[in-house]
Design a protein around this ligand. Structure first.
Ligand code: G1P
Length: 297
């Protein structure tokens, strides 16, 4: 029987130190691109891909994240009273149904593989998605929905993949390619953060995964890898070694690394330019900046 992907894990336990001092009190995932928190983009993408259960792996200090997903009856009432229907709709579109969202604590920062492993009991014996909210992907069809379609065919592990410059490969999980079939690539395995010059290809893993429960079993070993952390990449490579297929999927869309300040700013500009009510003003401002920069050179 063909299996469906209905559960997604969102690892959000990271400290977000790159965004200090903001992340002293605001979880990084609540930081906004224009007016929507990063995590809302991840939730919307998951929903569009047919996900019904949302599992957040959190840590100490992420209370604001749980509050964000709570209903806001007082605020709703106030907006209703003032006739602010549009805002009310926006607010309601973020409501999560009781029971569709779960929080797991990762008690120690032992790595992405460990964070995913923390959700193992809620996943049980089903294929599942993993979304890293730091990787924001803009596109006509949301990235995870593209991958779910591919999964319907392959019924195997699939990771989002993107070509990166050689000197950046050591920041990513990198695919060891068996056969390149265009949008889909079959792999022999993958390596987490290979040392410069040793990457098996220039195809990097981006933060969207559809995985089989075998990967969770591999995570049971709690093997430490790159950076002394338990790596998801290693568990996927182990599943591959056991004979499971692992595919890379070249998604259509633009990826922003919102784990870095430059990426976050680029995403902010891109998402603002995509909004009718902001485009003209922002465009005029950007033009002014570019012209005065050029004139000063
Ligand atoms: C994580 C994964 C890595 C992947 C990357 C994508 O790394 O471990 O395999 O390529 O996300 O953003 P991190 O960025 O958390 O160091």
């Amino acid at each position: 029987m063909r299996k469906k992907v209905t559960k997604a894990i969102f690892p959000v336990a990271g400290l977000g130190t790159r965004f200090l001092p903001a992340t002293k009190s605001v979880p990084k995932e609540i930081m906004t691109l224009v007016d929507r928190p990063l995590v809302q983009y991840a939730i919307d993408e998951a929903r569009a891909a047919g996900i019904k259960e949302f599992i957040f792996v959190t840590s100490r200090g992420k209370g604001a994240l749980e509050d964000y997903f709570d209903n806001a009856p007082q605020l709703e009432q106030e907006l209703r009273r003032k006739g602010k229907d549009e805002l009310l709709e926006i607010l309601k579109s973020t409501n999560m149904e009781s029971g569709e969202i779960a929080y797991m604590r990762q008690h120690k920062p032992l790595g992405l593989g460990h964070a995913v492993w923390c959700a193992r009991r809620l996943i049980a014996n089903e294929p599942f998605a993993v979304i890293l909210p730091d990787d924001v992907i803009a596109g006509d069809k949301p990235c995870l929905a593209q991958m779910v379609e591919a999964f319907e065919e392959t019924q195997s592990n699939i990771v989002a993949a993107m070509e990166v410059p050689e000197d950046q490969a050591s920041s990513y999980g990198v695919l060891d390619i068996k056969e390149d079939m265009g949008a889909i690539v079959s792999t022999k395995g993958m390596v987490e953060k290979p040392e410069f010059g040793t990457a098996p290809s220039n195809l990097a893993v981006i933060g969207r995964y559809i995985l089989t429960p075998t990967v969770l079993q591999k995570l049971n070993k709690k093997r430490t890898g790159a950076g002394g952390e338990i790596q998801l990449t290693d568990a996927i490579a182990d599943a591959r070694e056991d004979g499971e297929e692992v595919y890379g999927y070249r998604f259509k869309g633009q990826r922003f690394d919102c784990g870095s300040k430059a990426g976050f700013l680029q995403a902010t500009v891109a998402f603002a330019l995509a909004r009718d009510e902001l485009r003209d003003d922002l465009w005029a401002y950007l033009n002014d900046v570019v012209h005065s920069e050029k004139a000063a050179q």
